[in-house]
Ligand binder design. Structure first.
Ligand SMILES: Cc1cc2nc3c(=O)[nH]c(=O)nc-3n(C[C@H](O)[C@H](O)[C@H](O)COP(=O)(O)O)c2cc1C
Length: 172
């Protein structure tokens, strides 16, 4: 990403707002609703065809995106807390629901995400979990090792053996 400037200013989604986007199977944006464009500060022209990491915020742990992609590619839905970066460097938290879309043969044809304003209390917890995950990831040189260590920390410290990221999400 060319411009990674962060303003430190948080944008808060309206309680009834739903931020929607769709991607192709590679994660390139094929649809963004007006609410998405408004909160992210982009025009439709600027986002269509672009990778969804256009709104990636550096506070997001790599581990969470690995879980997201593994889950949707395994044909499951996922709920996740995500901090995104607007075009001008502002940030906004969302509670996202991401799903695959299938054709009649059951092949994945695209992905869909709808997001709402998260509970403030949950965001505060998620912030500290994500901070620890990023610190752990930063101790490993290779992205693969970083994600493995992130998943181990998430499981051992925040979820418990046999649990999933979803258990954590719905416990907040
Ligand atoms: C439907 C869909 C919606 C996504 N929404 C976001 C999003 O809002 N913010 C984000 O940072 N990544 C989102 N992603 C994940 C990105 O594709 C990407 O994995 C992530 O930004 C990490 O990028 P990086 O691997 O370049 O660090 C979404 C992916 C899909 C399939």
């Amino acid at each position: 990403m060319a411009d990674q400037h962060l303003s430190g200013v948080e944008r808060i989604l309206a309680p009834d707002a739903i931020v929607v986007s769709k991607t192709d199977t590679k994660g390139r944006i094929t649809y963004a609703n007006l609410t998405f464009l408004e909160i992210a500060g982009y025009t439709e022209k600027e986002v269509l065809g672009r990778p969804h990491n256009i709104v990636r915020h550096p506070d997001m742990p790599r581990t969470v995106f690995k879980l997201l992609w593994d889950t949707i590619e395994q044909r499951q839905e996922i709920f996740a807390y995500v901090i995104n970066r607007a075009k001008n460097g502002d940030h906004y938290w969302v509670f996202a629901h991401v799903t695959p879309t299938f054709d009649a043969a059951g092949t994945i044809t695209s992905f869909h995400s709808s997001r709402r304003c998260p509970q403030r209390k949950a965001v505060e917890t998620v912030k500290s979990v994500y901070r620890e995950l990023r610190d752990e990831e930063a101790r490993h040189a290779s992205p693969k090792d970083a994600v493995a260590a992130g998943i181990a920390l998430l499981t051992n410290k925040f979820i418990g053996a046999g649990g999933s990221y979803e258990d954590l999400v719905f416990s907040l």
